[in-house]
Design a protein around this ligand. Structure first.
Ligand code: 5GP
Ligand code: ZN
Length: 113
């Protein structure tokens, strides 16, 4: 989608630190990490947010959720990790392309918000 930062990253027009890629998803390191490990996993298809998940495109979300534990294991997150998707202004979503944050490598706060 024109003007979408993550679509440009997926297309290689903006450099990123790739962690994993296949035909339907791309995973890369967050530019402003909030934990020792902070990875973003995005569908290659432009879906604006969780609100854009439908019966037609939810298969990619399922595939992302199959891959997240493998990425976490490859990153050595043996103590656990947190997965977050911010949706909309109340959740402070800043990039309007569906993405899942994987956060780990330290003890997380027990409150999420
Ligand atoms: P959100 O706030 O929408 O849930 O998350 C967007 C995330 O994208 C933020 O954690 C932010 O640091 C990250 N981000 C923004 N711009 C870039 C970029 O150009 N490259 C990378 N790798 N991450 C970015
Ligand atoms: Zn996009």
């Amino acid at each position: 989608m024109d003007g979408c930062l993550f679509c440009k990253i997926i297309a290689g027009e903006i450099p990123s630190a790739k962690v994993y890629e296949d035909d339907c998803m791309y995973a890369f390191r967050d530019i402003n990490p909030q934990a020792p490990t902070h990875i973003l996993v995005v569908p290659k298809e432009h879906i604006p947010s969780m609100d854009g998940v439908t019966a037609e495109n939810s298969a990619v979300v399922a595939k992302i959720f199959e891959m997240i534990p493998k990425i976490a294991a490859d990153e050595g997150l043996t103590g656990g990790y947190r997965v977050i998707s911010n949706c909309g202004p109340d959740a402070c979503q800043t990039v309007k392309h569906l993405h899942f944050h994987i956060l780990g490598g330290r003890q997380m706060a027990d409150r999420m918000a």
